[in-house]
Design a protein around this ligand. Structure first.
Ligand SMILES: [Fe+2]
Length: 370
């Protein structure tokens, strides 16, 4: 068998061993023959690499560990000369980063006080630090691009919480919610994972696969989160977001396998922001996925999310990248010229002067912003 990167997976390859997420969720079994849907599923679950049978992988290159590391470096190298590098070097990002880390410090201190001193959540302090960011920067996709550029190696739960809070707030603005609701949504995002403080840190930070027992333990962060918040003077929607942000509208979430109507509308928004951030953020062990791949993954899993929110969210993101230069999966470069509202992840692209409608080119995808 040979190890390959998921981005190099091709239809027809045979998987040589069961593939699990870090949380021990079986994604595909040994012997599975890859097709487009299965490859997308691997990307959806952020599977970075896996093993395929050698005789079925002859048409592609395979990599040993050194090659993998070199490739990862090259991918970062490509990114450092690109779209996101320009953002990282901007004066705007310098201001953003400072405000962002202040918010991370605030949420960390607040949660520590709640847990160790039994303090109530200081809602105003938390809200102010996030609002400083959205007051200084337009609540649009350029903020998502800056979030993508934040590189943190510690305090990942707190970084994720600030990211989700900002994404929730932007969704609230895009949905036309009044300011008060946008504030509640922001706090929902900040506190959605508060229950993780009750999970042993060695389980939360464990590299690689969790055992079934460990994964069951991690899932209890939703119930712990609700229990921490339930007696505080907080809007009920904030408490429910801690409990329900892993529920899915198709009933495949946890802890209660609730469906659309049973899930609080704000929890449905947090679930979209949570998954979007998990897929697009750079982590120490993988690069965030390109926004257009993320849009396609959401479109393929539309039953899991609130369709009204999801459509507004994805359409805004896709439209913001019109006129952006991109790299396609065959390494060709192009420019996005038209968004197809029925296939938001597969826009019309100009490639070498020719118009290519990705919605009708099943084997072509956008893999990076240039
Ligand atoms: Fe969570």
């Amino acid at each position: 068998m040979k190890r390959i990167l998921t981005i190099k997976a091709e239809e027809g390859m045979v998987v040589a061993g069961d593939v699990y997420t870090d949380n021990n969720h079986l994604v595909i079994s040994r012997g599975t023959v890859l097709n487009r849907d299965i490859i997308e599923r691997l990307k959806y679950y952020s599977i970075f690499d896996f093993f395929v049978e050698e005789d079925k992988s002859t048409k592609i290159s395979s990599y040993n560990q050194d090659d993998l590391e070199r490739l990862i470096f090259q991918e970062y190298h490509i990114e450092t000369g690109s779209y996101y590098q320009k953002i990282k070097e901007s004066a705007e990002f310098e201001v953003f980063e400072k405000l962002f880390w202040e918010s991370v410090t605030n949420i960390k201190e607040c949660i520590n006080d709640v847990v160790t001193k039994n303090n109530d959540v200081k809602v105003e302090v938390l809200l102010d630090s996030v609002k400083k960011i959205t007051d200084d920067f337009k609540p649009d996709v350029s903020l998502f691009d800056m979030l993508h550029c934040i590189e943190g190696y510690d305090d990942l739960t707190y970084i994720h919480s600030v990211n989700v809070a900002l994404i929730c707030r932007i969704i609230g603005v895009w949905m036309g919610y009044p300011e008060d609701d946008c504030d509640i949504l922001t706090i929902c995002g900040l506190l959605h994972d508060i229950g993780k403080v009750m999970i042993p840190v060695e389980v939360i930070t464990k590299p690689g696969r969790l055992t079934a027992t460990e994964y069951a333990l991690v899932q209890t962060h939703t119930i712990h989160g609700y229990n921490i918040l339930k007696n505080m003077e907080l809007d009920e929607r904030i408490k429910l977001a801690a409990l329900q942000h892993h529920e899915r509208c198709d009933g495949k979430g946890y802890p209660s396998k609730y469906r659309y109507n049973d899930i609080d509308p704000f929890s449905r928004i947090v679930s979209i922001a949570d998954v979007y951030d998990a897929m697009t953020s750079n982590r120490i062990y993988r690069k965030g996925i390109c926004p257009f791949e993320v849009i396609s993954i959401f479109e393929e899993n539309i039953d899991a999310y609130d369709p009204k929110v999801l459509f507004v969210f994805l359409e805004k993101i896709a439209n913001s990248y019109v006129n952006t230069d991109v790299i396609l999966n065959d390494d060709m470069e192009g420019k996005i010229v038209m968004i197809n509202k029925y296939a938001l992840g597969r826009p019309g692209v100009l490639v070498g002067g020719a118009y290519v409608d990705l919605a009708h080119q099943g084997n072509m995808t956008i893999t990076a912003l240039k």
